[in-house]
Each structure stands twice: as C-alpha cells, then as structure tokens.
Design a protein around this ligand. Structure first.
Ligand code: SF4
Length: 260
C-alpha cells in the first residue's frame, strides 16, 4: 500500500515533530478551530462558488456572494472557536472576509480567465517504486489562452505578504505543478499564482523541470527522515498559539512527560 502524504503533513513535521506525532501517529483529534481557519474556509468556499457559477455562464452579484459568505460563516461559527489575538473580535474577522470578497470581486470581474476546475484534487507518485503518494487540492486551475500556460491559483487570507524569494521557494504550489505536468505534459508551462487577499494583490512564480526534479528528491528525503524518526521533540514557536495540542503539550507545562 502506498504511503500517503500531503503538503500540510510534511509541513507539520518540519514545524514541530511532536505536533506531527500527536496528529498523524497518535491520531489525537482535538475539536478546536481557530478564527483564522474559519475565515480561510469561508472565503475559499465563496470563491469556489463564484467560479463554479462563472463556469455555468452566470456571474453572481457581489450582494449574492456576501449573503452566501454570511450564511456559511453563521453555519460554521461557534463560540468555542479560538481567537488568539485578543484585541480582535469575531466581527472584526467577519468584516475582514467581507472586504476580501468585495476587493477581489471588483479587481477580477468579469472573471474571464478560462478557469478549468476549482478544488482540483491532485496526486503525485514519488519514490523508486512509486511507493509514496502526495495528495492535495488546487484552489483553482486556469488555462491561460493568451500565453498557453496552465495557472495554479491559491488564495491566502493571512496578513503577511511574502517576498518574491520566499514564493520562489514555496513547496506547495511547486508540488502541484508536478501533478499538472504529469497530467498534461512536461513541456507545458505552469504559472504559480498566489492571491494575497488582505493586500488585494497577487504574486507569481515558475519552476523549471530541473527544479521540480530536485524538489522530488528533497521530498523523498524528508519522507525518509519522517519514517525513520524515533523521537519527536517539541519545537516551541509563535505558532504554538494556534496549535490544538497546546493544552496537553509538555513544552507548555511545568512538568516533563519524559520520552515524548
Ligand atoms: S504547542 Fe507548540 S511545541 Fe507543543 S505540540 Fe504544538 S506546536 Fe509543538
């Protein structure tokens, strides 16, 4: 049976091996959601709805999108959702999402960029005997008819705006471009496009086939490192504030649990 990984799973190991152990080895489920995760989920749902409607030949109005946004938010919000930034309220996050949708809509209408699919599931086989499988979802796949390039679009709802150097080294969309080239041909050009909604801007990057081959090797090495790990040390960082295991994590208590 194939060993299955995702960008998020690999990322979790790199961020904190103990969190990886809790989530993917011990499979401890903590029903805790952050307000940032809710915001990201709802905005992605609305933009998916928008482009699915565009594909049928109908352009929803901005009012319709805000109504849908509001309904999905209400269906998914509950008072247990964690708000780490105490100076902000649920209303602040809700309004932030409204701003993202309105700004995106105004900037991109009439949305004629030849979207092929939304939430496209991808699979990549890696390893000498294809023993590893990487799975993921592309927010939106476009075929740009002006320059005959595929485009992988990804929506970001975080506040930070990365540098060009940082996106040129981003692993997630580069991985997805391997899947698109596997499907449509290695000679196809694939443009990676991140929409930073808080800044109403997009950043783009490309990878050569050689860079993608290097990336495959790096990922196989990382998977081997994960599979040979016998200890899973904690790694305290600012990200602990959003970690669902913080209340049980020995790095945040005054006592040690010994070998973790
Ligand atoms: S709280 Fe921090 S150190 Fe503990 S498991 Fe989570 S990310 Fe790791």
């Amino acid at each position: 049976m194939k060993k299955r990984y995702s960008h998020s799973k690999l990322n979790t190991f790199e961020q904190c091996a103990l969190k990886y152990k809790y989530r993917y080895i011990d499979r401890i489920k903590i029903p805790e959601k952050s307000i940032e995760a809710l915001l990201g989920f709802v905005v992605h749902e609305v933009l998916e709805y928008l482009y699915q409607e565009i594909k049928t030949g109908r352009t929803p109005s901005i009012d319709e999108l805000i109504t849908i946004y509001s309904n999905i938010w209400q269906d998914n919000y509950d008072h247990k959702i964690k708000i780490v930034k105490k100076e902000l309220t649920e209303k602040d996050y809700f309004n932030k999402g409204v701003g993202f949708i309105v700004n995106y809509y105004m900037q991109h209408k009439p949305f004629k960029d030849n979207t092929l699919e939304c939430e496209k599931r991808i699979r990549i086989q890696l390893g000498e005997n294809n023993e590893y499988e990487i799975i993921g979802f592309i927010d939106r796949l476009v075929y740009n008819l002006d320059n005959n390039e595929y485009e992988i679009h990804d929506y970001k709802t975080a506040n930070n705006l990365p540098t060009q150097e940082s996106v040129d080294n981003d692993r997630q969309l580069a991985l997805y471009s391997i899947a698109i080239k596997d499907l449509f041909g290695k000679e196809k050009q694939v443009n990676l496009v991140w929409h930073y909604l808080a800044h109403n801007t997009k950043i783009q990057s490309k990878r050569t086939n050689q860079q993608l081959e290097e990336l495959k090797k790096e990922i196989i090495n990382l998977i081997k490192q994960i599979e040979s790990a016998t200890i899973f040390p904690s790694n305290k960082s600012i990200l602990c504030n959003w970690c669902e295991y913080k209340s049980m994590c020995p790095a945040h208590t005054n006592y040690s649990l010994g070998n973790i």
